[in-house]
Design a protein around this ligand. Structure first.
Ligand code: HPA
Length: 268
């Protein structure tokens, strides 16, 4: 069998996922600590599936329950900068759509462009700017999933954002809402680029999320995006950017991030 969808449907058996989760850099711990009755399906056991190349990403699906809801979680995602075609980057989303998820939580580590953000701020996405120079829907349209020219006026669920505000307030976390801009990476941005992105209306910048959100929205899946602002964007702090800072900050806010995400799953 070389079809990843039929392989996964068979592995899932009677389990019907309602909610998809994508855990970004440094946020994979959520699957280990919050998913009950967890079963893992490593990506490298799935025929026709890409392999994860980012070191700390585990590269597996974790399926199970969060607050009684059936979730299918990607512990590790595929990035355009790894050299995958966008088709491969979004293949798991298309598969989760065919498996019947109704809601997708997509998380990432991002650099803060908005001057009111601090490392550790959790930002709910209100919208995005696709600065990747390409689009995951290019190519033949899968009419079973959605239309050729899908509307993108409200990619990110206003309902789940509204639910997040009182949760964040109770948790006493640095909480924000804003626009995420996606670049291809893998180099971080230059200070001049960050200045331009701020002028364009971006609050945060990263190297993921937008392809997955476009494909999920195309398939009429409710999308909730959460960025963990792991660092101030290039040129804002006087310090050089490093991947270590990204993972350190993600690690520092793990408890608030996990509580926010878990409670939001309860609202999905
Ligand atoms: N830029 C792009 N991607 C990122 C950053 C950043 O500053 N921080 C974490 N991911």
């Amino acid at each position: 069998m070389d079809n990843p969808l039929s392989f996964l449907s068979q592995s899932l058996g009677d389990f019907k996922p309602e909610i998809g989760l994508i855990l970004g850099s440094g946020l994979g711990f959520f699957a280990d600590q919050a998913i009950e009755d967890a079963k893992t399906i490593p990506y490298d056991t799935i025929p026709g599936f890409p392999r994860s190349t980012v070191e700390e990403h585990k590269g597996q699906f974790v399926i199970g329950k969060v607050l009684g809801k059936n979730v299918i979680c990607m512990q590790g995602r595929f990035h355009f900068y790894e050299g995958y075609a966008l088709d491969q980057v979004v293949l798991p989303i298309r598969i989760m759509a065919h498996l019947g998820i109704k809601t997708l939580f997509v998380t990432n580590a991002a650099g803060g462009i908005n001057k009111s953000f601090v490392p550790g701020t959790l930002m709910m996405l209100t919208d995005h700017i696709n600065f990747m120079g390409t689009n995951p829907l290019i190519g033949p349209n899968d009419d079973a999933l959605g239309p050729r020219f899908p509307d993108m006026s409200t990619v990110y669920s206003e309902r789940l954002r509204a639910a997040a505000r009182p949760i964040a307030n109770d948790l006493d976390i640095h909480f924000a809402e804003g626009v995420y801009l996606a670049c291809t990476g893998p180099s971080y941005e230059t200070p001049a680029e960050i200045g331009m992105f701020r002028t364009l209306g971006a609050d945060a910048v990263g190297m993921s999320t937008v392809p997955e959100a476009i494909v999920a929205n195309h398939a009429c899946i409710e999308v909730c995006g959460i960025s963990c602002i792991t660092n101030l964007a290039a040129g804002m702090s006087g310090e050089a950017l490093s991947h270590e800072e990204v993972t350190e900050t993600a690690n520092r806010v793990r408890d608030s991030f996990a509580s926010l995400l878990e409670q939001l799953i309860g609202h999905a």
